[in-house]
Design a protein. Structure first.
Length: 308
């Protein structure tokens, strides 16, 4: 029997997905204010997204015992992730190919398999990493607590000084694995944590806003950005609590969350198409005009790529 959906988590995932799409509009023609927003989004949105993924993987986990069940579990994830990943990745690779350099085509496709961040479909690295998380999840959930505690400490230390190796997503794995573990832990203790007064998350939201102002005013600051990765999680619990009270907003964000996999796989086609149109306009768009472009492009990219 499947567990009921948690509206607050759906709203959080919807917010995180919208931030992903907004962050993928980094083009040469975008104004300076967008670049400031881009760097702000990228201080916290992937830890938030991976935290939610860890929560959902653990919350929906039904138990895997023995090699036979584990093999069946992996096969199901392969069928879910690998075909769409390869199809979308191959399309992106072919679209970037100049039809002359076969070696470049093969290298790009090989990168899709072994180093997705270096491929033409660089945005698919998260799907690649999520598949890895799914594969190791049963191994983590079935070990003793003290072992998981040791793994958490190692993951926490590695997130501060992650391994800069792009192959097999080792760099992003070591950078973000700790957030996956925290999400899984929260899922295990969700009923107890749900009793915590929501005002704590609103307090975290205030602290996050102060950090964000400092980030906008002071530029790059490594300790501040690392702190924002962690503060962003409870802060957006508060954001989700506020937004889910607005029916239209809640419904839209839940829709995005339910269709999150399809949106993540396909939204870049529409983002890139919109950017090509804007880049070729015969007139100059005022800075404020890009707000309208960004909102329309984000809405179209999400709406056109969602499926039920």
């Amino acid at each position: 029997m499947s567990k009921k959906r948690i509206i607050g988590i759906d709203v959080m995932q919807g917010i995180a997905m919208v931030l992903v799409v907004l962050g993928h509009h980094r083009f040469p023609f975008m104004p300076e204010w967008y670049m400031r927003m881009f760097y702000w989004i990228y201080t916290f949105h992937m830890p938030l997204f991976i935290f939610i993924s860890g929560f959902l993987v653990r919350y929906s986990y039904k138990g895997v015992h023995g090699w036979s069940e584990y093999k069946s579990y992996i096969c199901k994830r392969v069928r879910k992730f690998v075909p769409p990943y390869l199809i979308v990745g191959t399309i992106c690779t072919l679209m970037a190919w100049n039809f002359k350099d076969m070696g470049a085509l093969l290298t790009s496709w090989a990168n899709l398999i072994i180093a997705p961040k270096q491929s033409e479909a660089t945005f698919l690295w998260y799907i690649y990493l999520l598949f890895i998380f799914y594969c190791i999840a049963p191994l983590l959930f079935n070990v003793k607590r003290w072992v998981r505690g040791v793994v958490f400490v190692i993951a926490l230390l590695r997130s501060m000084h992650y391994i800069a190796v792009p192959y097999l997503c080792i760099d992003w794995f070591t950078r973000y694995f700790v957030f996956f573990l925290v999400g899984a832990w929260v899922a295990e203790h969700y009923e107890q944590l749900e009793q915590i007064d929501v005002r704590w998350s609103l307090l975290a939201l205030v602290a996050f806003i102060v950090m964000s102002i400092c980030h906008f005013c002071g530029g790059y600051n490594a300790p501040l950005e690392y702190a924002m990765q962690w503060m962003g999680i409870p802060a957006f619990v508060g954001v989700a609590w506020l937004l889910k009270k607005v029916f239209v907003v809640r419904k839209a964000l839940v829709y995005v969350s339910v269709n999150c996999f399809g949106v993540y796989l396909l939204h870049m086609f529409f983002v890139q198409a919109g950017a090509m149109v804007v880049a070729r306009l015969p007139w100059t768009i005022p800075s404020w005009g890009y707000v309208i472009y960004l909102l329309i492009s984000t809405a179209v990219s999400i709406g056109a790529t969602a499926w039920n």
